[in-house]
Design a protein around this ligand. Structure first.
Ligand SMILES: *[C@@H]1O[C@H](CO)[C@@H](O)[C@H](O)[C@H]1NC(C)=O
Ligand SMILES: *[C@@H]1O[C@H](CO)[C@@H](O)[C@H](O)[C@H]1NC(C)=O
Ligand SMILES: CC(=O)N[C@H]1CO[C@H](CO)[C@@H](O)[C@@H]1O
Length: 210
């Protein structure tokens, strides 16, 4: 009997602590509709704020690596109930390096690729857990000097960096922009040598998590 009660109690809590509706989703339904409308709820905060969904909404005009045309159509509905099928069944096709994703070890190292290091070989203990959100200076790429200036405490294992890429809305631009900021080699080396960080990511969401 206890779990359902707990769930009911969590609902207002989530609403109170969620800093904003899912910002990466364009079709966020307006809240407090007068009449009950069948509309999906897309939340950013789950588990009472313990889990935050920062995935970027997949759109046809989101950037695709070194392409000026964006991702293009990536979703089809070959079977639809409206046309008499038993169920709606979609098909999806797009590069794996699209939108919110993780790079496999084999992505940039041929010997890892040859040895079969795909995303399936990543450690879920590393991929899940508390993460530190760090705003980096907007006027530089992430170098050893940048990393040193951030003073990320020892023991922190997961860091999400928020960069100039967010300010420039790069995820909302169809044309791939080669001037994006990222880690420079010496910044990555400094991270390996001087911190306990095992996972880095980039946060493209503007709102602040409390
Ligand atoms: C349903 O069938 C019509 C006619 O064949 C077609 O034009 C339409 O694209 C189909 N819709 C879906 C969602 O499959
Ligand atoms: C970061 O590096 C990229 C690629 O070298 C460059 O185009 C961009 O101007 C740099 N950005 C900043 C803020 O220094
Ligand atoms: C949930 C879902 O995908 N529903 C789709 C079922 O198929 C119709 C078309 O026949 C779509 O309009 C719905 O979006």
């Amino acid at each position: 009997m206890a779990p359902p009660l707990l769930l009911l109690l969590l609902v207002p809590l989530v609403a109170a602590t969620a800093p904003c509706a899912h910002p990466a989703h364009p079709s966020q339904p307006a809240s407090c509709a007068a009449e009950p409308v069948l509309a999906p709820e897309r939340r950013e905060a789950h588990g009472g704020g313990r889990i935050l969904d920062i995935t970027h909404y997949y759109r046809e005009d989101m950037p695709s690596w070194e392409s000026g045309a964006g991702v293009g159509q990536f979703l089809w509905l070959p079977a639809s109930m409206r046309n008499g099928s038993l169920a709606n069944n979609s098909e999806m096709r797009m590069p794996t390096h699209t939108g919110t994703h993780i790079d496999a070890p084999g992505h940039v190292f041929q010997h890892y690729f040859d040895a079969g290091f795909d995303v399936d070989t990543l450690d879920l203990d590393v991929l899940n857990g508390p993460a530190l959100l760090v705003d980096v200076p907007r006027d530089e790429n992430i170098t050893a000097k940048t990393m040193e200036s951030l003073h990320i405490p020892k023991g922190v294992q997961r860091v999400l960096f928020r960069t100039l890429n967010t300010d420039r809305n790069l995820m909302w631009k169809k044309e791939f922009d080669t001037s994006y900021v990222g880690f420079m080699k010496d910044g990555a080396q400094w991270l390996v040598d001087n911190t306990d960080i095992k996972l880095v990511g980039e946060l493209f969401v503007r709102c602040s998590f409390r």
